[in-house]
Design a binder for this molecule. Sequence first.
Ligand code: ADP
Ligand code: ZN
Ligand code: MG
Length: 501
Amino acid sequence: MYQSFIGLEVHIHLLTKTKVFCGCRSAFGDEPNTNVCPVCMGYPGVLPTLNLEAMRMGCMVAKALNCRIPEKTWFERKQYFYPDMTKNYQISQFASPLGQGGCLELAGLGADGKQINKKVRIKECHLEEDAGKMIHTGTVSLLDYNRAGVSLLEIVTEPDMETGEEAELFIQQLRRMVRYLGVCDGNMEEGSLRADANVSINLPGKGLGKKVEIKNLNSSRFVRLGLNYEIRRQGEVLDGGKTVVQETRLWNENRDETFPMRQKENAQDYRYFPEPDLPVFCPDEAFLASVDSAMVELPAARLKRLADEYALTGEQAGLICDEKASADYFEAAVAAAVAGPEETPSKTDAAARIAKWFLSDIKHILHRDSHADLDSFPLSPTRLASLVLMQVQGKLTGKLAKQTLELVISENKDPKAIVQAHNWEQITDPAAIAATARKIIAQEETTVNELQNLESENKKRRKTLFAYLVGKVIAATEGRADPGIAGEQIERLLAEIRNLK
Ligand code: ADP
Ligand code: ZN
Ligand code: MG
């Protein structure tokens, strides 16, 4: 058996309005070559200027990854030729990345169902510009420079992971983290988050092996599949008495295998030298304070707090904290449910009910109607709280609560207004329910007779007949009778008849 070493280089597009060194718009999907200017096209004599927002977002990620932000950070030119980069060099960071020496705790289930707990060291985070995009169509290649100069943050790990599953979880956690921070949309298909995976294997105790880099991994699943394939392939190479070639390979998603692309350049081939047109950046107190104030509670901390504070199961907390928006929604709904002047449930009771609504009916509706974001969802947290309160206070049956929910969505109205307009308020007055129950018992003579004459051990049949009668009472009130009270009244009336006999 071999020991494997995996290190990731993850690139994320920062959600700055403009590019990193010029004022061009930074957006995905615009008409090709419309967001370009002499600076990002690298015309001679132009001067780049640093986008402070990009630096601030980069430092937020660095902090979230427990990195140290140095007192001075600067940029280098990384020289290479590529048609999608008109300058023939990329402005990047080499000697003084904006984030240094951090870590990310992996904690969660791998795709194989096994629990993963591991600390992955972060080597660095550095800010750079993206290149343009080449689109290959048949015999010609097209170039779109809208992406050239877009703010890119590269996050480099130490080779601390050992399996494709761990690397996949790393990407998933990092993606959730940058989405929480609001600095990247994490869309891997659109290329807002891209990963290159480095992997080597060796005999245990022998340290790192010859590394292979896999590029072109545009989903976290491909990261896992590509790495596990490569670990197997390298094992077979070593088993055959050969040595692994240090190279860059690509993932072929149709054949589920990697294939060679090029033999890797060394760092010295890039001839890095300090970018002469950009001053050294020294983060001052005001800048660092602006980074601090933009930080949010991170996913791992939030998950733990929600599970503790609201007595949720780990699974519930995990699903709710998957997105910051849903965790915010959940907490706002619970707060609204326990805030009212009327009779309110305890915090954990409200949380249990809201979690149940959120993870079943609401999730289903969000998916069905493809509501883009919870901010514009007609069932606001306050409306959900009011729906839950009506149930807690015995004013709405579960079934009518679901119907109310659908109308809140389709009519964009308050649940209380809907319940009033449809006269759906639950009937809890025992006398009123008894009157209906009496009518039903008179109508359903056969059922009542069978029920009265049943052998006492025939519990199953008894239950069925009883439920039938209760159902009739509820139907007669158009679903408004409290099912518990309806049951009690039927029970009481049946006993009355028995005693008369
Ligand atoms: P390069 O100069 O080729 O870009 P780096 O030292 O910058 O190499 O490392 C790039 C990535 O590769 C990092 O994530 C690092 O952890 C990983 N890495 C480096 N050496 C190895 C190795 N021998 N096996 C596996 N991963 C490695
Ligand atoms: Zn520009
Ligand atoms: Mg490198």
